[in-house]
Design a protein around this ligand. Structure first.
Ligand code: CP
Length: 364
């Protein structure tokens, strides 16, 4: 089945950036008949976002509702980030994360100072990250950091007094990616936000990769446990015998979630409702490509209504011949990240008072 049928079902997004192929669920289903709860979003004011462990289900849902409203509403003319400077400091390569954070700021009329590579900073001359953190204090109001090293954020935060958003730290976490992932899933199936979901509506979630050493799948799995009421089972598909590591293994055991680990996607593929893929594992200073056994294409034995997510960049594990099918939720996932990041900026920087109150109803 091709995309056109699905495009025609949804309301056109406000600036229609979604001209590429794939499934584009209507964001309205997430916030209809429910105003945004400012009391919950206020928990983010002035906070850094370092790990999914900071979130509970209530907060994730409120961020996603807020993001859905931002996706459907023209608010640029209210200049919500007017006068604010965001520093994007990327010490590791990125396409989506840096550009979607920067797009989010610019569309809210804020300003950006960008470090697209660590090589243009004093790091090239041996400067410490803690000294760079001290400098950030004078130059901006919030900093977004990506770094190759898992412990880099601790060092930057030694002297940092601004809120920091973790945009991916080595093999650690990528918490705002997990928000973008669940934003896409909840738009696709809003029932998953319910605590008392019917058994028939629960999903079987497949995760390809090694959550213990891949930051996007690590954060995605942690956030998925917040939505366990909507998940029938989690299957981890990995070439490793122990893809979780002790901490995640304990979390899964304690969640009482049914889960399996397999090294063959064909063991579970035909039963999966959501397939979360990833192509690369960041290991120290290098990337490791996954085995070819973990590839998907339009001929794969997917359920008719199964959706595929991928934080991208993809290699050959995700065939472009899936792009034009109703399985493609990964482009929505990437596009929606802008609105999730806008919701975070407005909340952390406490710019709720700049929103047009008629279009963005806030409940205190
Ligand atoms: N999803 C993601 O982190 O992509 P980039 O590496 O391009 O930022």
């Amino acid at each position: 089945m091709v995309t056109e049928k699905f495009k025609s079902k949804g309301k056109a997004p406000k600036e229609n950036p979604l001209t590429s192929e794939g499934l584009y669920p209507n964001p309205e289903s997430l916030y209809a008949q429910d105003s945004i709860n400012l009391g919950i979003l206020n928990r983010l004011v002035g906070q850094s976002i370092l790990s999914v462990d900071q979130f509970d289900k209530e907060l994730v849902l409120e961020i996603c509702k807020f993001a859905a409203l931002l996706e459907s509403t023209e608010i640029a003319s209210s200049h919500p980030l007017d006068g604010k400077i965001i520093i994007t400091a990327f010490f590791e390569a990125s396409t989506r994360t840096r550009l979607s954070f920067e797009s989010a700021v610019l569309r809210l009329d804020g300003k950006i100072i960008s470090i697209p590579t660590g090589k243009v900073t004093g790091v090239a001359k041996g400067e410490s990250l803690s000294d760079i953190g001290e400098m950030f204090n004078a130059y901006g109001d919030l900093v977004v950091v990506r770094h190759t090293q898992t412990d880099s954020l601790d060092e930057i935060m030694q002297n940092l007094r601004l809120p920091l958003i973790n945009a991916g730290n080595g093999s650690g976490e990528h918490p705002t990616q997990a928000l973008a992932d669940w934003f896409a899933i909840l738009k696709w199936k809003p029932k998953l936000k319910m605590d008392n979901i019917r058994d028939d509506d629960k999903i079987h979630l497949g995760i390809l990769g090694t959550p213990g050493s891949m930051r996007a799948v690590n954060s995605f799995l942690r956030m998925s446990l917040l939505f366990k009421s909507g998940i029938r089972k989690i299957s981890i598909i990995s070439e490793l015998a122990d893809p979780l590591g002790p901490e995640l293994e304990t979390m899964l055991q304690e969640s009482t979630m049914e889960f399996t680990i397999t090294n063959d996607i064909n063991d579970v593929l035909s039963d999966l409702d959501v397939v979360y893929m990833n192509s690369i594992a960041f290991l120290g200073d290098s990337y490791k490509t996954l085995d070819s056994r973990f590839k998907l294409n339009a001929q794969s034995n997917l359920k008719d209504d199964a959706v595929v997510l991928h934080p991208l960049a993809r290699l050959d594990e995700l065939d472009p011949n899936l792009d034009g099918t109703n399985h493609n939720l990964y482009f929505t996932q990437a596009h929606g990240a802008v609105f999730v990041r806008q919701a975070l900026f407005i909340s952390i920087l406490n710019r709720f008072d700049r929103l047009p109150s008629k279009s963005i109803p806030l409940k205190t």
